[in-house]
Each structure stands twice: as C-alpha cells, then as structure tokens.
Design a protein around this ligand. Sequence first.
Ligand SMILES: Nc1ncnc2c1ncn2[C@@H]1O[C@H](COP(=O)(O)OP(=O)(O)OP(=O)(O)O)[C@@H](O)[C@H]1O
Ligand SMILES: [Mg+2]
Length: 371
Amino acid sequence: YLPTLYDFHFDGTQQKWVTWSSLVPKYIYNPEMKFADILVPTIDTTRASWILEQMVKIKRPVLLVGESGTSKTATIHNFMKNLNADRIITLIINLSSRTTSMDLQRNLEANVEKRTKEIYGPTMGKRLLVLIDDMNMPKVDSYGTQQPIALLRLLLDRGGMYDRGKDLNHKTLKDLGFIASMGKAGGGRNEVDPRFVSLFSVFNIPFPAVESLQLIYASIIKGHTREFEDAIQKVCDKVTLCTLELYSNIIKDLPPTPSKFHYIFNLRDLSRVYNGLTLTKPDRFLTVNQFVRVWRNECLRIFHDRLIDENDKALVQGHIKNLIEEHFKSDMESIMRDPIIFGDYRTALSENEPRVYEDIQDYDASKALFQ
Ligand SMILES: Nc1ncnc2c1ncn2[C@@H]1O[C@H](COP(=O)(O)OP(=O)(O)OP(=O)(O)O)[C@@H](O)[C@H]1O
Ligand SMILES: [Mg+2]
C-alpha cells in the first residue's frame, strides 16, 4: 500500500506533514455510554472531524457525501457534541421522503428568536449549527424540485425565507451554520439541485478500511469484556476477525438483486452484532465456548434471518461453521449445538430483577418461560 496525499495532514504550527494515523485519539471505553453513542476514533473519523472543524470555523456550509454506513451521522453527531455549548447551539434535522418545506421551516423557526422586526436568530452571541441529515431523501415533486431543498437554497443563498402568513414578509435569519450529509443518489435518495450543492464545500467520505473496522469492533468488545475471564478477553480479536470475514463473504456471495433487494449489509449490521455481544454479562458468560456461542447467535439473527432462500441460509450457516471450525475447533461441538436461543426474558415477570441476556438452551425451557 502506497500512502497518498490523503494520508497526511499539514500541521501548521509544526510546519510539517504528519500522518493522520498519528493523530487518531485513543478510544477510551466508558461503561456508562449507550451502545448507539459509541464512536471509536479512526483515521476516517479523525480526518472528517478536522474538516468539519475547519469549515465551521470559517462559517462555510459543509456537505459530507458517502455510502450508507460510512459513519457520516456518527462522526457529525460526535463532532457536534464536543462543541463549546456556550457559543454554539446545535439542531439536528433528519429529512425523509415525506418532509415538506413547511415542516422544515417550522422546525427552524422554533429554534430562533425574533431580534428585530425582521431579523431572527439564536440567542444573541450564539450560533445555531444545523445538521441536515439525509439531505437528498425528500421526494421530487412534479416540477422536479425537492421542496425542503428549495427552501434551504433560499435560506443559504439569500440568508432568509418568507413568512407563510398573509403578508409573506421576508425574515432574515442570522448566525446560522450548516452541516449536511447524504448518500449517493439511488434507492430513495435523489439527485439534489446542483445549484444548491454548490453552496457547500463538498467532501467524499470513503468506506472505512478493514483495519478501521477491526479497530472499531475489537475496541468495543475489548472494552466490554474487561471484567470477563481472561480467556474471553483473549479471543476478542479473533471474534472480530471472524465477524469481518463472515461479513465480507456475505457481501461477496449475497449481493442485492431485484428479488432480493433487501440483501444490503453494511456497518449498521456489524454494529447490531456487536450490540448483541455487549448485552452479555461476565457472570453468565464464563467460558470461550459460551461467548462464541452468543457470537454465533448474533450472526445468525442479524445476517441469516434476513435471507429468504434456503440455499442462501445454508451458505451463511456454512460460513459460520467453517469459521468456528477454523478458530475454535476444540469448542466446536458445544458452540454448534442446536437449537440456539438467547433471550433476556427469564426474569421478565419480576419487576425487581434485572433482565439478563442468556442462553435459553432449548425450546422446552423457552416455552415454559412463556407459559
Ligand atoms: N467509528 C465508529 N465507531 C463506532 N461505531 C461506528 C463507527 N463508525 C460507524 N459506526 C456505526 O456504524 C453504523 C453506521 O454509521 P452511520 O449511521 O454514521 O452511517 P451513515 O454514513 O450516516 O449512513 P447513512 O448514509 O445510511 O445515513 C452506526 O451504527 C454507527 O454507530
Ligand atoms: Mg446517516
């Protein structure tokens, strides 16, 4: 692999080029944090955050474009969370195919106050930084326009919009900043008016490299298993390797087709698998085989259960079996034992007891619980 310009950052104070990889902050595990809020810093998130910081500093609207699951939303949310709240207020707006320009205008108006007769803005002395997520989702009307985009174009280009009341007064909106994000056009995402896009600095967000994926998911699971038996901590890298290999096999073997258009697998699914793994508690998962068994369960639930064809299902089961055979041969028998049922409903009826995610063992046990 030959490094390119994109692997380097020019450090203005040191007056020299440094690699982005040397700037990636270390991931610090925080047990209090909700799974959905976890962001493991990688080269991509570090670089994108730096770009966001520069653009916000010079008050330039910025648009991140990239495929689904390239951490656009995760990176921007994280960036916004770390802004100085005394100076910048944030507003997150998700556009969907059904968002109208009126929805958008009401949302914006609810977050600014009247300063003078026709000037509106956030509280004096602050800036309102608006994230417009999934910006190209709004439906295209019969005139070829996307209504919310037409409104935003007026706002970004002319600094205001018209009151919807009788008089159609012009309202100037001051001290607003914009960050936007969208996937490439196709599958419900539309081409956006290029004259609107030209108001932004546009950056492409590439799909994270395998090393980044390994870093993200191994960090999450290592953080989670810190209180687990040593043997389990030691297999975190291996489990992650297996997950990524399974994922790449699935992407390769099971591409979306017209009759299987929902065969779309991305980072979101990897995160779901790990979300499942982080439901485990050290007292119920004592051995490697118990831990790999829950891993097998999560992979089946996330990948296998979405498949609609027996051959496809057999293929994924085969991949999982091969991985277990290759990496956890000595525990193979108990890991592969069927049926495989995990749940947190054993204590569901007693309100005082916490829910614990565990191996339910078999259908009889499960049936008894439900009865
Ligand atoms: N660096 C990371 N650390 C931890 N989790 C991550 C990281 N990057 C992405 N993820 C997870 O991957 C999933 C997809 O990320 P995200 O929602 O940010 O993608 P996106 O680029 O906004 O996709 P879309 O275009 O579909 O909106 C999320 O579940 C997110 O938590
Ligand atoms: Mg997103």
